[in-house]
Design a protein around this ligand. Structure first.
Ligand SMILES: [Fe+2]
Length: 270
């Protein structure tokens, strides 16, 4: 089953996409269009739909928040069809050149992103009406970048926010880098938080503050329990508020609550 929802917040249009070969989509992701600029590119399973949405909108440029396949899934197809440049972080440029190995669940839910040439973003992304500043925000991924339109108070935040509290974490995420990135973003002014999975029409800064408080609390509690001598698995059991059995099984251990605690205790800011 595929799901396509259209949202509009003033000049910002969003398309929320989801796919599952059987039953309802497990999660959806958004890509955004503003003044002919495409921000992220949707999932590869809905490639034809994304291209037909963009036909009416005459895209002139694409920017990527990071290389994960639910964001970069149609970058190559958009570049081919519309002959436009795609911009991203230096690490996105590198990653998108090579075939990215993805797990079966990623192939099932999103599909594979084709390789394509991504250009290093300039210090400002300019459209006729707007100017976006790329702000590196690593943690969720090394190449994660948020895009800020200061005059409008918009933050296109990719996967930086997701929710005030998160229950699952990828194996390759670094919670300390995420905390630093949230602090970086809080130095800027914005109100609308265009998250790729959970957009917030207002009070985006408060949402970022709530996420920061949550992650700092998790790190503090994890360290306190470790100092008491608890092993990792007992620390996870003590702090976990809901089960992640299905997601651990479905993602073959790539996503779990425990990865957040492990990162809190054993990762360092990079
Ligand atoms: Fe992601």
């Amino acid at each position: 089953m595929k799901l396509i929802k259209h949202h509009a917040w003033g000049d910002v249009e969003a398309f929320e996409l989801g796919y599952m070969p059987f039953g309802k989509p497990l999660m959806t992701s958004h890509f955004y269009i503003v003044d002919h600029l495409v921000i992220d590119t949707g999932i590869a399973h809905l490639r034809n739909d994304v291209i037909s949405i963009l036909e009416d909108r005459h895209p002139r440029m694409t920017i990527l928040t990071h290389c994960h396949e639910d964001h970069s899934g149609n970058a190559a197809a958009i570049q081919r069809r519309f002959n436009i440049d795609i911009f991203g972080h230096p690490y996105t440029v590198e990653k998108m050149k090579r075939k990215i190995i993805i797990l079966p669940y990623q192939r099932l839910v999103w599909g594979r992103a084709e390789n394509t040439d991504v250009l290093l973003y300039p210090s400002r992304i300019e459209t006729d009406k707007f100017r976006l500043k790329p702000i590196p925000t690593p943690g969720h991924s090394k190449d994660h970048t948020a895009y800020l339109e200061e005059n409008q108070g918009w933050l296109f935040s990719g996967d930086l926010y997701l929710g005030d509290k998160i229950k699952i974490f990828r194996k390759d995420e670094n919670v300390h880098d995420e905390i630093l990135s949230l602090k970086t973003i809080l130095k800027y002014e914005f109100d609308q938080l265009f998250c790729a999975h959970n957009p917030q029409e207002h009070h985006g800064k408060e949402r970022i503050l709530a996420k920061l408080d949550f992650l700092e609390t998790i790190v503090g509690k994890s360290r306190a329990l470790k100092e008491k001598g608890l092993p990792l698995n007992e620390i996870i059991q003590t702090l976990q508020t809901s089960k992640d059995t299905f997601v651990r099984w479905f993602t073959m251990g790539n996503v779990s609550y425990g990865h957040m605690i492990r990162s809190a205790l054993f990762d360092r800011p990079s």
